[in-house]
Write a protein that binds this ligand. Structure first.
Ligand SMILES: Cc1cc2nc3c(=O)[nH]c(=O)nc-3n(C[C@H](O)[C@H](O)[C@H](O)COP(=O)(O)OP(=O)(O)OC[C@H]3O[C@@H](n4cnc5c(N)ncnc54)[C@H](O)[C@@H]3O)c2cc1C
Ligand code: FES
Length: 276
């Protein structure tokens, strides 16, 4: 990050890819205009992306630090900044501040099993985490990925998911809510699939990201299976402004999601005044 953390660095849109069949989700692979401004980061961190005249918004980094060639963000079009991002073309320059926030505790996961549970477009930083774990495969035991969406066309990174399914050293479970022509994987909600396929909680850490309703029903399943709150992690999305713990926009009780998070364990969240 720059000495002045409010000044964005210029980054070039190297590649744009439409992810979902309804075109509301797009991935942007960014490259640094000046390589000397490239930074180290960890899975789970986020950046503020800005477009002149439109504004700035936080997005989780969807690429892994092991992918040195680009920095990926996957953006759901919901309002002013996200729509402006969707109108970008390859070659255009935007602003970036980051990396911001904390990261998934991959150090604690070493030598343990990891189950990644995702729903919908919240799979962004989970992709970063999965690619990181693959790049350091020898440091981790069993890796299980459970990822669901309402329908196949809303699953992110479909080409990569197909490649991951071919790996024999991870367990992949893709699911959609209802039957769909051509879909030959699982059918069912993420919490139900989690109940069926989650590994034993012994020596296993769970990372869960998705829409609130998915989290709401997945957590009791994990608790029922025997996962302690200390070994279940998630990433929170609060409204943010500064991203560096100065403006007070993102606080939950005494914690600022932008600096103390966005990654929290459920044990941490249970100690806060407001949690899922
Ligand atoms: C740490 C973090 C990581 C995030 N990662 C991603 C990501 O990888 N991909 C992605 O698409 N989005 C992500 N978001 C959410 C993203 O920041 C918001 O969607 C974005 O700020 C909306 O900006 P906008 O100007 O387009 O919308 P606005 O015009 O400001 O608002 C449009 C609508 O979106 C709602 N909204 C705006 N911001 C948020 C928010 N933070 N949470 C919930 N609702 C909001 C508003 O209430 C309004 O209804 C992340 C947020 C945080 C805090
Ligand atoms: S966004 Fe300003 S304190 Fe978190």
């Amino acid at each position: 990050m720059k000495d002045n953390c409010y000044i964005p660095i210029p980054v070039k849109v190297a590649r744009i890819r439409t992810e979902s069949d309804d075109r509301t989700l797009r991935s942007f692979d960014l490259s640094f205009c000046d390589e000397r401004e490239a930074f180290d980061f960890m899975p789970g961190q986020f950046c503020q992306l800005s477009i002149l005249g439109k504004g700035e918004a936080p997005f989780g980094i969807a690429s892994s630090p092991s992918e040195r060639e680009f920095l990926r963000f996957t953006v759901n079009r919901v309002g002013l900044v996200t729509t402006a991002l969707h109108y970008l073309e390859e070659g255009e320059i935007i602003g970036l501040r980051g990396p911001l926030g904390n990261h998934y505790p991959v150090e604690k996961f070493q030598g343990m099993n990891v189950v990644i549970i995702g729903g919908g477009f919240a799979f962004t930083t989970l992709r970063a985490l999965a690619v990181y774990l693959f790049a350091h495969r020898q440091d981790y035991n069993n890796i299980t990925i459970i990822y669901g969406a309402r329908r196949p066309g809303l699953l992110l990174y479909q080409d990569e998911l197909a490649e991951w399914e071919k790996k024999d050293d991870i367990q992949m479970h893709l699911t959609v809510d209802k039957e769909f022509p051509g879909w030959n994987r699982r059918i069912g909600f993420v919490p139900t699939v989690t109940k069926e396929v989650a590994p034993s909680p012994k020596d296993t850490w769970a990372v869960v990201c998705g829409p609130p309703v998915m989290i709401k029903f997945t957590l009791p399943v994990l608790f029922e299976l025997g996962f302690p709150a200390e070994r279940i992690y998630t990433s929170l999305e609060r409204r943010m402004k500064c991203g560096v713990g100065k403006c007070g926009r993102c606080n939950i009780g005494p914690k600022y999601v932008c600096v103390d998070g966005p990654v929290f364990s459920y044990a941490d969240l249970q100690r806060l005044p407001e949690h899922y």
